[in-house]
Design a protein around this ligand. Structure first.
Ligand code: E4P
Length: 217
């Protein structure tokens, strides 16, 4: 399973990259705003910086909601760096734009997916990635993980090449469960990724090893 970090924070991206496990980055307008990155020029420059920090795919979201606007924005974003994946909302014009970009060989990530039907449409439009938001489904007492499992089934039935990018991952168990279900990618915060490191028996075992080493010296 590929690991993407879901942030626009450069320090956190560097931290995940340094761990040696990072396959890419996802961002969205809210994550950009959280870092105080506003205005077209600053946002473009920020994407360029992120691309320099990582080797993998970097999702950059369009703001337009009409086909022409999405194409204009997406083409400009894709021209920044071959790592850029044009992130498009799951709306009618987003599906059309997805088809347009996929027919031109430009990578896409269809975002804000909350149903199997939406994922199926994105796959048929040739999306590189489809992003089901499992945490936001959990937030409304709906089983987000079940959506990942159902999309996996449908994509496998028809051998769609579209990769399932489990998004809105909030914690370490989300990551583990996505891996069990065969999600191709997960995108989550650094805290959830680093949570995978933790086990009390690792800590106590290491403390014992170090203490025993000291006794012998
Ligand atoms: C995905 O690409 C989104 O940026 C993200 O995963 C949304 O997560 P949230 O629901 O925690 O905001």
């Amino acid at each position: 399973m590929k690991f993407f970090i879901d942030t626009a924070n450069l320090e956190q991206i560097k931290e995940a990259q340094a761990l040696g496990i990072l396959d890419g980055v996802t961002t969205n307008p809210s994550l950009m705003a959280k870092e105080g990155i506003t205005g077209e020029t600053n946002i473009i420059n920020h994407y360029k910086e992120i691309c320099e920090l990582v080797d993998g795919d970097v999702s950059a979201e369009v703001i337009s909601t009409d086909f022409d606007g999405m194409v204009r924005e997406g083409e400009a974003l894709a021209a920044l760096n071959p790592q850029i994946v044009v992130k498009l909302p799951m709306i009618k014009d987003g599906v059309k734009a997805c088809k347009y970009f996929s027919s031109k060989g430009i990578k896409t990530n269809v975002t804000l997916v909350f149903s199997v039907g939406q994922a199926l449409l994105a796959a048929k439009a040739g999306a590189t990635y489809v992003s089901p938001f499992l945490g936001r489904l959990d937030d409304i007492s709906t089983d987000g993980m079940n959506l990942i499992s159902e999309i996996r089934l449908v994509f496998d039935n028809y051998k769609f090449k579209t990769q399932i990018l489990a998004a809105s991952v909030r914690n370490t168990m989300h990551i583990v469960n996505c891996a069990k279900l065969g999600s191709d990618v997960m995108t989550g915060p650094l805290s959830a990724i680093e949570g995978l490191l933790k086990h009390p028996l690792t800590d106590s075992g290491l403390a014992t090893f170090l203490a025993d080493y000291q006794k012998g010296n």
